[in-house]
Design a binder for this molecule. Structure first.
Ligand SMILES: [Fe+2]
Length: 127
């Protein structure tokens, strides 16, 4: 089987600001334009296509696997910008991070209310 996840469309109120928020916080290359999309590319060649809409935006969740040193950098940027973060997806533990699978993780919101997760160890990879 050679099925690979290739892209997803993320609805946004301001697609340029939303793409820039993501690339700046995660330390990714600038977004590029493709048709009506602002495209953010991540390391495993998945594209996140920001699509601008005035319509309703249902909150989705996107999780990014990063290294421990990247966690330090991203977490520093989150705190510098005073962005709220939580240890859990239910957002019941504000100002905390989690240590699932022996790594570190946290959740924060993007400009549209999508929930973004960063984690240094994939689920189930710990002892
Ligand atoms: Fe998750």
């Amino acid at each position: 089987m050679t099925v690979q996840f290739n892209h997803t469309i993320i609805r946004a109120r301001d697609q340029e600001a939303s793409a820039r928020f993501l690339t700046e916080i995660l330390g990714l290359p600038d977004a590029t334009r493709f048709g009506p999309f602002q495209v953010v590319k991540v390391e495993n060649d998945v594209n996140l296509d920001f699509y601008e809409t005035d319509g309703e935006i249902a909150s989705q969740q996107y999780a990014f696997l990063i290294t421990e040193s990247e966690f330090d950098e991203i977490f520093a940027r989150i705190r510098e910008r005073r962005i709220d973060y939580w240890a859990d997806p239910g957002q019941s533990r504000p100002g905390e991070i989690n240590h699932r699978d022996g790594g570190r993780g946290l959740y924060f919101e993007d400009l549209n209310g999508h929930l973004l997760e960063i984690l240094t160890r994939p689920y189930g990879s710990g002892d």
